[in-house]
Ligand binder design. Structure first.
Ligand SMILES: [Fe+2]
Ligand SMILES: [Fe+2]
Length: 171
């Protein structure tokens, strides 16, 4: 896989994650804890997206400096990107707990967490840049896990009440 193609895939993933957190933030306006967390994550994924776009321009201008990456890593990115797309289609159907679990799964996702290994082979500076993105996502994953632990039955009950209210309003 061409190095630049890897960046296009990465762009898809960061953009998808930003969209996912934005949708979740908009879905839970009454749950302050959840909406604050999702909004912060949305902003961070957006800044990842901007960084990847910037790097894409750099690589575009210096393509000969970047070796191709191995296919396994390419497949890995493709499947994560696909997973993110699927999650985006499911936002409305998932309850809060399921959404957080899904986000954890995605953050843990092969592409972002395996970047370390293959990027080092291509260009050291660039490898470090991607490694930092990777660290941020590991942090996201821990934040979501902490949030999941604080989710109480009360939140589940509130969500059901909110859904019923929305239904009643739309009748
Ligand atoms: Fe990210
Ligand atoms: Fe992330």
């Amino acid at each position: 896989m061409k190095f630049l193609s890897m960046l296009y895939k990465l762009e898809e993933i960061e953009e998808g994650m930003a969209k996912l957190y934005k949708s979740l933030f908009e879905k839970y306006p009454l749950n302050l804890k959840a909406s604050t967390l999702f909004y912060k994550m949305y902003l961070e994924e957006k800044s990842h997206l901007n960084l990847v776009r910037y790097q894409k321009r750099v690589v575009w201008q210096n393509q000969s400096l970047f070796k191709d990456i191995d296919c396994q890593s390419g497949d890995c990115l493709e499947s994560t990107s696909e997973e993110v797309r699927r999650a985006l289609d499911m936002v409305e159907k998932m309850d809060l707990r399921q959404a957080v679990e899904k986000a954890i799964e995605l953050e843990k996702g092969a592409a972002e967490s395996h970047l370390k290994g293959f990027t080092r082979n291509s260009n050291l500076k660039f490898g470090l840049f991607l490694e930092n993105l990777c660290k941020d996502d590991v942090e996201h994953y821990s934040k979501l896990e902490r949030f999941l632990k604080t989710l109480k039955e009360k939140d589940d009950a509130n969500e059901i009440a909110e859904q019923m209210l929305r239904k009643a309003i739309s009748l």
